[in-house]
Design a protein around this ligand. Structure first.
Ligand code: PLP
Length: 443
């Protein structure tokens, strides 16, 4: 099995899949088998594999300035161009951008910048962060504390209490509603819980509320209508910042430019971006804060002599170049608009499985979706453990479709944004076969 400690893997499992190459929405293993990449790698290869323009951009940048850091005012044109282009397209007011390497480290940077900012404006007690059950925000020590999933905490002795992360309800009506509760009542109840939490902790101690507009890793949870409007009204009332983690939902994934747009979230104060920022051709992330926050951080950094946060690869020119090219391609080729159309089709086709005996819920937006399996269709009783999702994932793989088991008993779909209608039909056909195998296994 080689010397690799495999990330997010059952270390006892021995089955591996060795991928050798990719082209468009397809990847090929070392035995020449072809798979439709139904999860865009890990929700990230938006422009698909073997995109010549992106590859040439990387090669060109490597041969001009392969590396430069950004400490102490060193900069490069491609990094500045990327930050300007990105800032102009974001719904964050006068957004300022700290570049990193991954979604996890961007979220760490945000935690630190929140502290820096509130210390700067004389509110050092404002440092707690509200996150939600079943949230996924990464796996570094700090971002894992934001994450609300047991496997990311157990045996690691996480989360660290000292970080002050508070937990509120996941906005999942299908799994979270009380018996007989309508969607409207569900939203009323969980937002009431949020307000009670804020009052109990003291609003003056709470810096921010973090949310994936639509969750990814925890099963593609699409909150009911009106949820974010209510959440934002409460946060505004208590002067708490809204932090949108758009690592998956950013860049055309949910039928609009950003998940915040799809979910009617108004001007997030902070935003986390990674993955589709570079179509995954190079690792790069962006921790974005509104201009006011940045302005407040200038003076204290001058007092200390430096804003003491930065990575060797913050603003890596090769990553910046390929991210800039990715954004240009999104714009030039109307990638988001086309993905929105194909996304509607994907949602329609997946909805055909609603009557299937194993399927409890089909949910999603744009080219992001999940199908949740249930042990009992009429009662919605869940399967015990994660075996069903893992089985379905393997079954689909045997039929040439890569997807991902999430939250134990759901299968997630997140194909490259360039997928065509015909390829969606192919995805559905392969999923249908995998689902039939899963049903045969269960009964
Ligand atoms: N935030 C969200 C919403 C994510 O989905 C992920 C990864 O899937 C992360 C943060 C962490 O990103 P990374 O794996 O690049 O550290």
């Amino acid at each position: 099995m080689s010397a690799i400690i495999y990330p997010t893997t059952n270390l006892k499992a021995t089955e591996t899949l060795t991928l050798e190459r990719g082209d468009g929405v397809y990847v090929y293993d070392n035995n020449g088998n072809k798979y439709l990449e139904g999860l865009a790698g890990l929700w990230c290869t938006s422009l698909g594999y073997n995109n010549r323009e992106l590859i040439e951009t990387v090669n060109e940048q490597l041969s001009t300035l392969c590396y430069s850091h950004m400490f102490g005012g060193k900069t490069h044109q491609v990094g500045m161009d990327l930050s300007d282009k990105l800032s102009a397209m974001l719904p964050v007011n006068n957004g300022k951008i700290f570049f990193g390497n991954s979604g996890s480290d961007a979220n760490d940077s945000h935690i630190k910048m929140l502290r820096y900012y509130f210390n700067a404006i004389g509110k050092p007690e404002k440092r707690k962060i509200i996150s939600r059950e079943r949230a996924y925000h990464g796996v570094t020590v700090a971002s894992a504390a934001l994450t609300g999933l047991a496997p990311n905490h157990e045996h690691f002795d996480l989360p660290f209490e000292a970080l002050g992360i508070l937990r509120t309800d996941a906005p999942h009506y299908y799994r979270g509603a009380l018996k007989g509760e309508s969607e409207v009542q569900f939203v009323e109840r969980i937002t009431h819980n949020l307000e009670q939490l804020i009052l109990k902790e003291g609003p003056e101690t709470i810096a921010a509320f973090i949310a994936e507009p639509i969750t990814g890793a925890s099963g593609v949870i699409v909150p009911p209508k009106g949820y974010y409007e209510k959440v934002q009204a409460i946060l505004n009332k208590y002067d708490i910042l809204f932090w949108a983690d758009e690592v998956i939902t950013g860049f055309g994934r949910t039928g609009n430019d950003f998940g915040s747009t799809t979910m009617n979230i108004q001007s997030p104060d902070l935003m986390t971006l990674a993955k589709q920022l570079s179509s995954a051709y190079m690792p790069i992330s962006a921790a974005v804060i509104k201009g006011d926050m940045y302005e407040a951080m200038i003076e204290p950094s001058s007092q200390v002599g430096v804003f003491g946060h930065g990575y060797t690869y913050s603003g890596h020119p090769t990553a910046a170049a390929v991210a800039l090219k990715t954004l240009e391609i999104y714009e030039r080729d109307n990638v988001f608009e086309k993905a929105a159309d194909v996304g509607e089709y994907l949602q329609r086709r997946l909805a055909e499985f609603r009557d299937h005996p194993l399927v409890g819920e089909v949910r999603g937006a744009g080219l992001l979706a999940a199908v949740e399996f249930v042990a009992n269709k009429s009662t919605g009783e869940a399967f015990n453990g994660g075996a069903i999702g893992a089985y379905a994932q393997q079954a689909c793989q045997k039929h040439g479709l890569i997807t991902r088991s999430v939250a134990g008993s759901s299968l997630a779909f997140c194909p490259p944004l360039i997928i065509t209608l015909e390829q969606v039909d192919e995805l559905i056909e392969k999923f249908s076969k995998g689902l039939q195998d899963t049903l045969d296994y269960v009964v």
